[in-house]
Write a protein that binds this ligand. Structure first.
Ligand SMILES: [Zn+2]
Length: 281
């Protein structure tokens, strides 16, 4: 049965290749890594800048590992001043900073495009220039997210993030912009599949969990902490907290509590999703 299914898949990938031959002929490709195992699916996509991308899903025959003991756990918080802050106090710069120059360039190219006469050859050229730059920016951002998620998954067994309800945050215009700009959702997706393909735990803590407002030492909560407060001192234990690091530590600890309980019951009574399954209490 399995052999048969594979044969069909191979045939369909061949069919895709043939239909591409028909349209564009043979193309030079750049292979990013060697393919080790059985090819399961081949997906060909064409970006607006005219470049083709082929993604190949390969079965390497290795079974998913059983979950590993919790000896390295990390909590990751999304920040405003940084892209991500981890419970081991690492701060990763916001990638948009690197893209400011390109964004400006993009704006100039878009203005140029808007001035071209509709249907003209020059308009076509200007549109391709905009598409090329868009693709370039997207690829740079994806590259940044791939590298960072790879590093975090390599170094840890348990990866916990806050499940950001982005819609709920739209009220604050700048924060919404910052979140959408840096692709937090894409980052979490990468963490999840990278962790799970290695038998590691990826846990999302509900966004309503008061990670910023809770002292990770005493677990007491402050009533209010406005967004511009970057550091605060706990009245109970006197610990001076970096806002984002404290939040990341709370996210990690909450994930460890969930794992220790063996359920997705949150100590805070909120919703927690374990490996993508959400449970509502
Ligand atoms: Zn405290």
């Amino acid at each position: 049965m399995v052999g048969r299914r594979l044969a069909i898949l191979k045939m369909s990938s061949l069919m895709v290749t043939r239909s591409i031959y028909r349209y564009i002929g043979l193309v030079h490709g750049r292979l990013h890594r060697t393919l080790d195992g059985t090819i399961k699916t081949v997906t060909v996509s064409r970006h607006p800048d005219g470049k083709y991308f082929v993604s190949v899903l390969v079965d390497d025959g290795k079974a998913n590992l059983e979950s590993v003991p919790v000896d390295r756990a990390v909590g990751i918080d999304v920040g405003l001043t940084h892209f991500a802050i981890t419970s081991d106090r690492s701060k990763f710069d916001n990638p948009t900073k690197f893209f400011v120059k390109r964004q400006r360039n993009l704006k100039r190219k878009q203005q140029k495009l808007s001035r071209k006469k509709k249907g003209s050859q020059n308009r076509k050229k200007a549109r391709l220039a905009v598409a090329k730059l868009h693709s370039k920016i997207a690829r740079c951002r994806e590259d940044f997210l791939h590298k960072l998620s790879r590093k975090i998954v390599n170094e840890n067994q348990v990866i916990a993030v806050e499940n950001l309800n982005i819609k709920g945050r739209v009220k604050n215009h700048n924060l919404a912009k910052a979140i959408s700009d840096v692709g937090w959702g894409m980052f979490c997706t990468m963490l999840k599949y990278k962790a799970e393909s290695e038998g590691k735990q990826y846990i999302e803590i509900d966004g309503w969990f008061p990670s910023s407002k809770t002292c990770h030492v005493w677990l007491n909560r402050v009533d209010h902490l406005s967004l511009d407060v970057r550091a605060w001192t706990c009245k109970h234990c006197g610990t001076h907290h970096d806002r984002d690091v404290n939040a990341a530590i709370n996210i990690r600890n909450e994930a460890l509590r969930i794992l220790a309980l063996g359920t997705s019951a949150s100590a805070w009574g909120g919703d927690v999703s374990l490996s993508g399954k959400t449970s509502v209490l």
